[in-house]
Design a protein around this ligand. Structure first.
Ligand SMILES: Cc1ncc(COP(=O)(O)O)c(C=O)c1O
Length: 458
C-alpha cells in the first residue's frame, strides 16, 4: 500500500537536509529507514535490508536490542544530562571503572567527549599539553601514517592522509610528519611477504631518530586502518611502533575508534601485539552503536602532568554533553552484553568463516586482495590483477556496487575500490554466508566500469 507519510518525509529531507559526504546535486534520494531489529534495517514500506557495515561501524549487538533499550529508558527516567565540570553521576563513574577493567594495562584515566573525531582531538591536545606542562614545548609534531583516517575535525584531519576529505581545508591544517603504513598488498618498500621483515617500520624510525626532541606523539590505527582502505597489519609492525616510541621517549597514541570493543577479534586491537599505548581513543561501538560518545583514556603518568597548583596546567577542554548519562548507561549495558552473549566468540567465528571462503573470493577476476581480521572482511578490487591498477575514492566502482547490493537488500558501501563486510556481531552464520554468496554472485557478473562519475551516482 502507498504510504503518503513516507513521500512527505523524503520531500522534507530534500527541502531541508544536508547529508554528510553527499553531493546533494546528484545524489539519489536517501533510503528512508523506519526501524531496526537485529542485523536488519526496515524501510517504512517494509523492505528489509541487512546492515552489512554496522551502520558506519558502530553497531555490534544488533539494532534495537532489548537490553540496551531498557538501560537507555531507565537512565532517561532518572537523569538525562547534567554538566560534567563540578558535577558527576553514577553512570560516568561506573563506566570509567568498567573501561579501565578491560582496557590495555596502564590506561587509568578516562576523559569523555562526543565522538571519534573529538576523542582524537582530545588525545592530540592532551599530548601537546603533557609536554608543555613539563616545559618541553618543543615536542609539538605528530607522526602519522600514510592512509590514516582519524576524523573530520581540524586536528583529526591534519593527522589524516591527504584526500578528497581534507583537500578543501589544507590551508588551515597543521603540519605533521608522515611515515609508511604496513600496506602489504601495495608494500611501500616494494617487498613481497617472503622477504618482509617489517622494513616499512624504518621510515618511522628514521623520523624519530632525526627529530629526537620535537615529536609529541605517534598516532596510529592499530592492526586495521579503516577509512584509508581497510588495511590489515602484521602485528609485528604494531609491536615495532611501541618499541620505537619507548626508545625515542615519545607518546604512542592508539586510535581504536573503529577497532575497539572486539571488532578485530580482541577487545582492543593493541592486544594483538600485547602492547599498551599511552593514550587510546574510543567511540563507535563504545555505546553499542546507540549514542554518540568518545573516550580518551590516558596513563597515570600523563594525568599526573596536569596536576598542579598552577591553574594554567589544567586541561581546558570539554563539551556541553561530556559524559552524557544516557550514553554512559548504554555503554555499561553494552559491556554487560559482551559477557552475556559471548560477543568476542561470535567475532572469532566470523573470522574463521571469512578465512574459509578466502580462496573462493580471491578467484574472482577483479579481486586483488582479500583481507580479514576479526569481524571485518575486505576485498580490494583492481582493474587488472597483474598491474593492481585501481581507481581512487571517487571512482564509479563504489557507488555502482552499493546500488547492486542494495537491489539485493544488502547494505554494503565500498570505500572506493575496497569492498568490505563488517556486520553487527550478532549476525547468524546463515546470514553471514548469505552475504558472502551475494558478494560472490555480484562480483561474478560484474564488469569494471568506465572511469568518471556519471550524474546521479556518487
Ligand atoms: C579510526 C577512526 N578514527 C576516528 C574516526 C572519526 O569518528 P567520528 O566519525 O565518530 O567522528 C573514525 C570514523 O570512521 C575512524 O574510523
Amino acid at each position: 500500500m502507498h504510504d503518503t507519510r513516507t513521500d512527505n518525509w523524503q520531500q522534507l529531507d530534500r527541502s531541508y537536509l544536508w547529508h554528510p559526504y553527499t553531493q546533494m546535486k546528484t545524489a539519489p534520494m536517501p533510503v528512508p529507514i523506519a526501524r531496526g531489529q537485529g542485523v536488519y534495517l526496515y524501510t517504512p514500506d517494509g523492505q528489509r535490508i541487512l546492515d552489512g557495515i554496522s551502520s558506519w561501524w558502530v553497531n555490534i549487538h544488533g539494532h534495537s536490542h532489548p537490553y540496551l533499550n531498557k538501560a537507555l529508558s531507565e537512565q532517561a527516567a532518572q537523569l538525562e544530562q547534567v554538566m560534567f565540570a563540578g558535577f558527576t553521576h553514577r553512570p560516568a563513574a561506573v563506566l570509567a571503572e568498567r573501561l579501565i577493567g578491560v582496557l590495555p594495562a596502564g590506561l587509568r584515566r578516562i576523559f569523555y567527549s562526543d565522538n571519534g573525531s573529538t576523542a582524537v582531538e582530545v588525545a592530540l591536545k592532551m599530548a601537546l599539553q603533557y609536554w608543555r606542562n613539563q616545559s618541553n614545548e618543543q615536542r609539538r609534531t605528530f607522526v602519522v601514517l600514510d592512509h590514516a583516517y582519524h576524523g573530520d575535525t581540524v586536528g583529526a584531519m591534519s593527522a589524516s592522509a591527504d584526500s578528497v576529505f581534507t583537500e578543501s581545508f589544507r590551508s588551515v591544517l597543521f603540519p605533521v610528519a608522515r611515515v609508511h603504513a604496513p600496506y602489504c598488498f601495495r608494500c611501500p618498500v616494494g617487498l613481497e611477504p617472503a622477504s618482509c621483515r617489517i622494513q616499512c617500520l624504518q621510515s618511522l624510525e628514521g623520523i624519530l631518530s632525526a627529530n629526537p626532541d620535537t615529536i609529541a606523539g605517534v598516532l596510529i590505527e592499530p592492526m586495521l586502518q579503516g577509512a584509508g582502505g581497510m588495511i590489515v597489519w602484521p602485528r609485528e609492525f604494531l609491536r615495532g611502533v611501541r618499541t620505537l616510541c619507548d626508545r625515542f621517549g615519545t607518546l604512542m597514541i592508539a586510535d581504536e575508534v573503529l577497532t575497539g570493543f572486539g571488532r578485530t577479534g580482541r577487545m582492543f586491537a593493541c592486544e594483538h601485539a600485547g602492547i599498551s599505548p599511552d593514550l587510546i581513543c574510543l567511540s563507535k561501538a563504545l555505546t553499542g552503536g546507540y549514542m554518540p560518545m568518545g573516550v580518551t583514556a590516558a596513563t597515570e603518568t600523563i594525568y599526573e602532568a596536569f596536576l598542579s597548583d598552577d591553574r594554567r596546567k589544567t586541561f581546558f577542554h570539554g563539551h556541553s554533553f561530556t559524559a552524557n548519562p544516557l550514553a554512559c548507561a548504554v555503554a555499561i549495558a553494552s559491556l554487560d552484553l559482551f559477557d552475556q552473549e559471548q560477543s568476542l566468540d561470535r567475532v572469532r567465528t566470523l573470522e574463521s568463516m571469512f578465512q574459509s571462503r578466502k580462496t573462493s573470493l580471491e578467484s574472482h577476476p577483479h579481486v586483488g586482495d582479500v583481507r580479514a581480521i576479526g569481524g571485518v572482511l575486505a576485498l580490494e578490487l583492481v582493474r587488472d590483477k597483474r598491474t593492481r591498477e585501481a581507481g581512487g575514492y571517487l571512482d564509479r566502482v563504489g557507488p555502482q556496487l552499493t546500488r547492486l547490493f542494495l537491489d539485493r537488500n544488502l547494505l554494503l558501501r565500498p570505500l572506493g575500490n575496497v569492498l568490505y563486510f563488517m556486520p553487527p556481531y550478532v549476525i547468524g552464520d546463515d546470514e553471514a554466508h548469505w552475504v558472502l554468496d551475494q558478494i560472490e554472485e555480484v562480483l561474478g557478473q560484474w564488469q569494471w566500469p568506465e572511469s568518471g562519475t556519471p550524474p546521479g551516482e556518487q
